[in-house]
Design a protein around this ligand. Structure first.
Ligand code: PEP
Ligand code: MG
Length: 608
């Protein structure tokens, strides 16, 4: 009966109008296609007599939908009605939330040298010789076949997206992942993928999405790298201002490790992923025509005023240096302050710790003034292949050496985080399934090896070990006694180590009296606690729980009131300036936040 209904059901349709000034561009398209893919029915988008699959990023992009365009979304088959309803809702939300990048107002300037005007991507001042971007091709041995390279690249983009989930730019990686899936599905060889990229890029020429071709090139290079065909960009090891037509989004990370002072791009737009990432990196950058600039010539890049001073006079240089030193004095002042403790107006010292994901973020946390690590997400070690005991031990050791106070969380996968080498039976509700500490019931060998690595790396250090997703006292006791048996088996003394739990499951709130007898500490994981309090998936594309709801603060109040062991908070709420005064008021003494939020969190505390 059901099949009959579906086979003969009429397609349903809904008109959708693009209202964002940015058009229907790659990031919202990726979110839209991701949701469309979750429905079994056939979904198409029709615009100007052209119908395309609405589950594909590149097919949707090929419609080149701009502000004012209306396309028809058609669904046919199982769950067509609900698919249309949800996609319409998502589309409207995406249109409303799509921020238009505002042009940055230029401040007045007066320079004596000749001036090239441009459009400001990110403000700052740089004085350095120019350096023209160029690449070299490097070939190395690779045994990998094309399809594996494709799936490795997809996984990398997924990981980048997940790792940067807290970052507003993470959708760039989701978009690139979806794009790669769309383009790669029917390709069997690299040549086919190259042809496809070429064909799709051609379609974007002259449209508002023109600059997205750098995303196409970026994903192509990612695949090629796995096949041993790497394109290397080299940068000088002295300060420089980079001149280039365009940069690939993935090259910005690399650029940040160099002595770059500024970037001048010729062919990009304020909305390109390259521009978004440049802004986020804080590198002063401009869009301008650079054809009159000569290689290795000292110029002033003044992106407060949106200009390049090509042949600066001595007076121009002095003026720019003064401005630069004012800027660096300000930076130095706040940098200095971020190493100072965060003390409230009435003299309470609040510890600001970092959430780290690997050695790099742990080092960044130190640089940013973190007083310890409140949450080390150990998943980073496990993502592609199962790490050996030695690899784990070395990684932990390197991080443990950075701080005196470190909390390492045992592997927390399941839910939205899968491990490619672990089979978990398909679950209807993965967030309510084998997640966090529950994985160790099915895979105790993983926990055994991880605990041993932590014990060996910690040696005599008082490291704190934290179990995620604990929901009952029994579960904690069993896991802790498992840890003790691992230590015994290897004749290790772990009496100096502390064992605690993440508070993420609401049941813990009602069991705190009993937990007090067995745990050494608590850390509130508000990201998950909120999802379970409101029964709204944290990754849901349409629904979003209110993190500032009184229900959340009541839960925290109960915890702080009942707990007799130290409590900290490591969910995103800890860095929310609207939550900080309330958290401190409730008695919270330790906040653990992402490295980039440390200075600002400390500053917020100083005003409470
Ligand atoms: C949390 O749930 O708040 C938390 C910090 O853990 P994660 O975001 O890694 O699930
Ligand atoms: Mg969590």
């Amino acid at each position: 009966m059901y099949l009959f209904k579906n086979l003969f059901s009429k397609p349903l349709s809904v008109p959708l109008s693009v209202t964002s000034n940015n058009g229907f561009h790659l990031r919202p398209v990726a979110q839209f296609a991701t949701l469309a893919k979750s429905f079994p029915c056939q979904i198409t988008a029709t615009f100007h007599n052209k119908s395309v699959d609405a589950k594909g990023v590149n097919t949707l992009l090929s419609l080149s939908l701009e502000k004012g365009d209306t396309f028809i979304l058609v669904a046919k088959g199982e769950k067509a009605e609900v698919a249309l309803e949800k996609l319409q809702l998502l589309f409207e939300t995406l249109m409303q939330e799509d921020k238009e990048i505002q042009k940055i107002e230029k401040s007045a300037y007066s320079y004596e040298g000749s001036v090239i005007e441009g459009e400001i991507i990110s403000e700052g001042i740089a004085i350095a010789p120019t350096y023209t971007y160029h690449t070299t091709k490097v070939q190395h041995q690779s045994e990998m076949d094309f399809r594996t390279a494709l799936s490795q690249s997809t996984k990398e983009l997924e990981t980048l997206y997940r790792n940067k989930e807290d970052d507003e730019n993470s959708a760039i990686y989701l978009a690139q992942k979806e794009l790669l899936i769309s383009l790669g599905t029917h390709c069997q060889t690299l040549t086919e993928l190259e042809e496809k990229v070429e064909e799709e890029s051609r379609k974007l020429v002259g449209t508002k999405l023109d600059t997205k071709t750098s995303d196409y090139q970026d994903i192509l290079q990612r695949v090629k790298k796995h096949l041993g065909l790497e394109i290397k960009v080299t940068f000088p090891d002295t300060p420089f201002i980079l001149l280039c037509n365009d940069l690939l989004p993935s090259e910005i990370d690399q650029l940040q490790q160099t002595k770059v002072e500024g970037v001048i791009l010729k062919e990009t737009s304020m909305n390109s992923h390259t521009a978004i990432l440049l802004r986020a990196s804080g590198i002063c950058s401009l869009i301008a025509d650079t054809q009159n600039l000569v290689e290795n010539e000292t110029v002033i890049l003044d992106t407060y005023s949106g200009v390049i001073i090509q042949d600066p006079s001595a007076h121009d240089l002095q003026k720019a240096r003064e401005r630069l030193s004012k800027e660096s004095v300000q930076k130095a002042l706040s940098a200095k302050k971020r190493f100072e403790p965060a003390t409230t107006q009435n003299g309470r010292h609040i510890k600001v710790f970092a959430n780290a994901a690997d050695i790099n973020t742990a080092k960044a946390a130190k640089e940013e003034g973190a007083e310890g690590i409140g949450l080390l997400r150990s998943e980073f070690l496990f993502k592609d292949v199962k790490p050996s005991l030695g690899k784990q031990q070395n990684a932990y050791k390197e991080i443990f050496e950075l701080f005196d106070d470190i909390t390492v969380r045992t592997l927390d996968v399941g839910g939205d985080k899968a491990l490619p080498y672990i089979q978990i039976p398909t679950e209807d509700n993965p967030f309510l399934g084998i997640r966090g500490v529950r994985l160790f019931h099915t895979h105790p060998e993983l926990l055994e090896e991880q605990l041993l690595a932590i014990f060996l790396a910690a040696e005599n250090k008082r490291v704190k070990i934290m179990f995620p997703m604990i929901s009952s006292v029994e579960e904690f006791k069993q896991t802790k006694s498992f840890a003790q048996s691992v230590a015994q088996k290897h004749k290790l003394d772990i009496s100096h180590l502390h064992f605690g739990i993440m508070i993420e499951v609401p049941s813990v709130l009602f069991l705190l009296e009993s937990f007090n007898d067995v745990v050494d500490f608590y850390s509130i994981g508000t990201n998950d606690l909120i999802q379970y309090l409101f029964a709204i998936e944290r990754t849901h594309p349409l629904l979003k729980a209110d993190a500032l709801s009184p229900a959340v603060f009541s839960a925290i109040e109960i915890i702080l009131h009942k707990a007799t062991k130290p409590v900290s908070i490591c969910g995103e709420l800890a860095a929310d300036k609207n939550a900080i005064p309330k958290l401190l008021d409730l008695g919270m003494e330790t906040l653990s936040v992402s490295p980039k939020s440390i200075a600002q969190t400390k500053e917020e505390i100083r005003y409470v």
